[in-house]
Design a protein around this ligand. Sequence first.
Ligand SMILES: [Ca+2]
Length: 198
Amino acid sequence: MNRICCLICALMLLAAPLGALGESAGEPETIVTIVRTPEQAQAERPPCFPDPADDYIPLPETENFALGKPVHSGAHTDVYVDKNVNDGKTDTYWESKGFPAEITFDLQGAFTVSTVAVCLNPSSIWEPRIQEIAVEISQDGENFIQVSPAGKYQFDAATGNRVRIDFEAVQACFVKVIFTLNSSSRTGGAQAAEICVY
Ligand SMILES: [Ca+2]
């Protein structure tokens, strides 16, 4: 009798782990976590990643009268022609051959203007530099009057690589921007990716 009891006990002990093995070998329990994307119409920047454009020099939100208008300058460097300066793209630019460098916009009409913005490519590859710039306006394209004297303006990618020249509002049909210095050691001329007139 004792032998039979011992045999039954031994079989029970053996069966227990086999049962556990049978469970683990069957269909594993599947746990599914459903993650829903937040509803948003546009990319959002987390607060810990401030937008670098927050430090950019602000430009007027009014019409840029120079955009796509006829433009003329003196000699340019390599392929960096004057029409690059008002094509609406900051990855194309005009570069003069030497100084002084004049570039004139025909606004094709009379407009009240009070700001000229000169922009370089905003990439930090364009190292900080100073350019000296004056602004003149004209009604007939021949007789110009100065509205902003030559001043030295700091370009820095941290502020958008652009400068803003404000002057007293005046009617103009033509706007001439005159460069007399560029402190960058990489060029011997003026450089501008976009010149905007507001
Ligand atoms: Ca351009």
